[in-house]
Ligand binder design. Structure first.
Ligand SMILES: [Zn+2]
Ligand SMILES: [Zn+2]
Ligand SMILES: [Zn+2]
Length: 219
């Protein structure tokens, strides 16, 4: 469990503000990732607070830039960057712990989360809401051109999900789904064969009719 940076009291999941001292904590980055704020003012605005986003660099060795709202600590990732961050942060997961996945989602469930569509910080059009991965419990906002918005706490939630085997489970599920649709395609191509045969039969019928007509003409 994350701790308050100011008084060390444990922070409940998905909460920025310490219940004891009132300090606003960045649950996603503080103590988890070394990062620097890149002085690179951009005209991108937080979809919740309408404040300009900060560009921060998560990798001291190479540029791994993401955008963050200094007020609500929401994060904006360009396409593929969430996956890169997950891959770099959580490795060597070989087991799927379903009980733990359930517990994480229970801990992090927020009843106050109302369904609200928000705008992409780049193009300002409304983003799509979708579940990040199987049993992740995280509903992300995605602009298909510019990237993914994660509210504060959601990247931590995804890191825990991956650690508990969530991504493994997701891959297994999508693989079996692909298998299923493959089987479905086989079945439908099978039925197409039937149609092909039917077409062929029709053609044969037509030829027979034609032949008999020609035969009649010459008889
Ligand atoms: Zn505190
Ligand atoms: Zn914000
Ligand atoms: Zn966009």
């Amino acid at each position: 469990m994350a701790k308050c940076s100011s008084c060390s009291a444990p922070l409940p999941a998905n909460t920025n503000r310490c219940l004891y001292c009132g300090t606003r904590n960045d649950v996603d980055l503080q103590g988890r990732h070394a990062y620097t704020v890149v002085q690179n003012p951009r005209d991108r605005l937080c979809p919740h607070c309408e404040k300009p986003l900060q560009t921060i660099n998560l990798n001291p060795d190479a540029a791994f830039l993401i955008e963050r709202c200094p007020d609500c600590f929401g994060l904006f990732f360009e396409p593929g960057e969430v996956e890169t961050l997950l891959d770099n942060s959580v490795t060597h997961v070989f087991d799927i712990n379903l009980q733990q996945l359930d517990n994480i989602n229970k801990d992090r469930y927020q009843a106050k989360n109302v369904v609200k569509y928000i705008k992409c910080p780049v193009c300002r059009t409304f983003m799509n809401r979708s579940v990040f991965g199987h049993r992740s419990g995280v509903i992300i906002d995605r602009c298909k051109n510019h990237g993914i918005w994660l509210d504060s706490g959601e990247i931590t939630h995804l890191l825990e999900w991956k650690k508990a085997g969530g991504q493994l489970l997701h891959r297994q599920k999508s693989a079996s789904q692909r298998q299923k649709s493959k089987t479905a395609r086989h079945t439908s191509s099978g039925s197409r064969k039937t149609i092909d045969t039917a077409d062929y039969n029709l053609e044969v019928d037509a030829l027979t009719t034609l032949a008999s007509m020609i035969g009649k003409l010459f008889n």
